[in-house]
Ligand binder design. Structure first.
Ligand SMILES: NC(=O)c1ccc[n+]([C@@H]2O[C@H](COP(=O)([O-])OP(=O)(O)OC[C@H]3O[C@@H](n4cnc5c(N)ncnc54)[C@H](OP(=O)(O)O)[C@@H]3O)[C@@H](O)[C@H]2O)c1
Length: 249
């Protein structure tokens, strides 16, 4: 299928995991893709793998200065966007008794403030009838110990999908969210889980999933691709939970 022929998509945090798998899917279906990331080498390596239909922009979603320059950086390559996948995010698995203010701020700055102002800054580039997809999390629906701050940031995104869809109705811009359960990505190596606790932690996550496995980035990329395409044209301000039964079974 070539659902994204002549379409331009921007994916934040597109150098890794779910964002990278989604960039591959969008390109396979005809899109021109821009990915952002905070590390130049990681962004360049990803673009080298994605090929000629990808452009990399080094931009830190946790920094307002970078976000305010993003639209101009996009304009150097394309004069509009058809799809915006707000995917960049971090998770620091810390119980409430140990969460520091810095850990709280990092997660809210990147996952919520960064998402919010990235949308605000890129809206002028978004065509009427375009699509925004937000990467939330199944932690919104199921209590995962150690995820209180992270789950709160992702709940904010689900609320944002509804509110922005209502605000943007006149421009026919649909905003929807995906809430994945545990997915095998580098996120878990960045969470700061101590090596000796890693296996037990991953085992505990697996056990919380009714189908008893992690999802793959490609399984989530398929949903992002569906929500970004015209095939989901009647889905507005909604959320797809993809968690192997989490939240329902
Ligand atoms: N994996 C899961 O189980 C799971 C479940 C539910 C939801 N999610 C969500 O899915 C999204 C993608 O995560 P993933 O699992 O694919 O993990 P990942 O491989 O670590 O991907 C996260 C991406 O976001 C980027 N990023 C993080 N902070 C950034 C910042 N300040 N500025 C720009 N880019 C930044 C990362 O860049 P670096 O490579 O530089 O870190 C990376 O490209 C996240 O929002 C995550 O919360 C993941």
């Amino acid at each position: 299928m070539q659902r994204f022929m002549n379409k331009v998509a921007l994916i934040t945090g597109g150098n890794s995991g779910i964002g990278f798998a989604t960039a591959q899917r969008f390109i396979a279906e005809g899109a021109q893709v821009l990915i952002t990331g905070r590390k130049a080498n990681a962004v360049n390596e990803a673009v080298a793998q994605l090929g000629n239909n990808a452009v990399g922009l080094v931009s830190d979603t946790g920094k307002m200065a970078d976000i305010s320059q993003l639209a101009e950086a996009v304009r150097a390559h394309h004069d509009h966007l058809d799809v915006l996948f707000i995917n960049a995010g971090v998770s620091l698995g810390v119980p409430i008794t140990q969460v520091s203010e810095a850990q709280y701020d990092t997660q809210f700055d990147i996952n919520v403030k960064g998402a919010y102002f990235t949308i605000q800054q890129l809206l002028p580039l978004m065509r009427d009838g375009s699509v925004i997809v937000l990467n939330a999390s199944a932690t919104v629906h199921r209590g995962f110990p150690g995820n209180s701050v992270y789950a709160a940031t992702k709940a904010a995104l689900v609320a944002l999908a509804r509110t922005l869809s209502a605000e943007l109705l006149d421009r026919r811009i649909r905003v929807n969210a995906i809430s994945p359960g545990p997915v095998t990505t580098p996120l878990y190596t960045k969470m700061g889980i101590r090596e000796e606790h890693r296996e037990a932690t991953l085992h505990a996550y697996t056990n919380m999933v009714p189908v008893k496995r992690f999802g793959t980035p490609e399984e989530i990329a398929s949903i992002a691709t569906f929500l970004a395409s015209d095939e989901s044209s009647f889905i507005v301000g909604e959320e797809i939970i993809a968690g192997g039964g989490i939240g329902t079974l």
